[in-house]
Design a protein around this ligand. Structure first.
Ligand code: NAP
Length: 249
């Protein structure tokens, strides 16, 4: 897999799956725009330095991906620095778990804005550049709960199901211009997001994984790098589950 000469933006890449994706794409030869919301900006600069240590260029942009102005500023900075944008990875996401009966408007809106609206804002902003280039790769991080649903995660599952439908629509709209759109749906991956689960919840999850173990951020990054590569040029509108078989039910 060779991404030399390509420029990728990876949202929410100060840690976890986003960090692993940024490093994997850099290892494959791409220059990377790393992004995170303000609170994580220290670790963002350290990811940028890890990329530079791989002899790739890195630009760190602090931006809230649910804000149109922030997203446009980030994409303008990427285009001004590198002159082109080839790969957009919509990764940033949060959870605010709650049963529907008790879920607040804020819990619903926060998750829909950061996990779904962000993908629309980032995609709209980079499409301008990709349409002109007549090429591009857009990979969005969904979740298997966007396929299966999950009690206590109606907001998150709805956002992730939205990512899948958005991806399929985008694939139809942009395909004639050489732009592919795919989603990666992780299952149970060890990150800060899943750290908050108790031992019992973790055990219950793992019992349902046919491969019997949790996944790593690197497992997700490998799938993203493939979908971003030349080798995946005839794949669009797909959802690739990286879940050890969990979504099989
Ligand atoms: P994580 O460790 O919590 O990392 C998410 C990153 O996104 C954090 O650095 C976070 O910054 C950043 N972020 C949050 N809100 C943002 C915003 N408004 N603008 C820019 N950046 C923002 O989560 P993860 O497990 O790596 O998850 C990455 C993606 O994979 C998410 O879309 C998630 O839904 C998806 N996913 C994860 C799993 C799993 O098992 N871990 C499973 C399925 C899908 P802060 O630290 O400042 O909040």
């Amino acid at each position: 897999m060779d991404l030399s000469g390509k420029v990728a933006i990876v949202t929410g890449s100060a840690r976890g799956i986003g960090r692993a994706i940024a490093l994997k794409l850099a290892e494959a030869g791409a220059d990377i725009v790393v992004n995170d919301i303000a609170a994580a900006s220290d670790s963002l600069e350290s990811v940028a330095n890890e990329i530079r240590a791989l002899n790739r260029q890195a630009l760190a942009v602090t931006a809230d991906v649910s804000s149109k102005d922030d997203v446009n500023r980030m994409v303008d900075a990427a285009a001004n620095t590198f002159g082109h944008i080839d790969i957009m990875v919509n990764n940033a996401g949060v959870t605010r778990d709650q049963l529907i009966m008790r879920m607040t408007d804020e819990e619903w809106d926060t998750v829909l804005n950061i996990d779904l609206k962000s993908a629309f804002l980032c995609t709209r902003a980079v499409l301008r550049h990709m349409l002109r280039q007549r090429s591009g790769r857009i990979v969005s991080i969904a979740s298997i709960v966007g396929i299966t649903g999950n009690a206590g995660q109606a907001n998150y599952a709805a956002a992730k199901a939205g990512i899948i439908a958005f991806t399929r629509s985008l694939a139809k709209e942009a395909g004639s211009r050489g732009i592919t759109a795919n989603a990666v749906a992780p299952g149970f991956i060890e990150t800060k997001m899943t750290e908050k689960l108790g031992d019992k919840q973790r055990q219950t999850f793992l019992e349902r994984v046919p491969l019997g173990v949790s996944g790593t951020p690197r497992d997700v990054a490998e799938a993203v790098a493939f979908l971003a590569s030349e080798e995946a040029k005839y794949i669009t509108g797909q959802v690739l589950c990286v879940d050890g078989g969990l979504a099989l039910g």
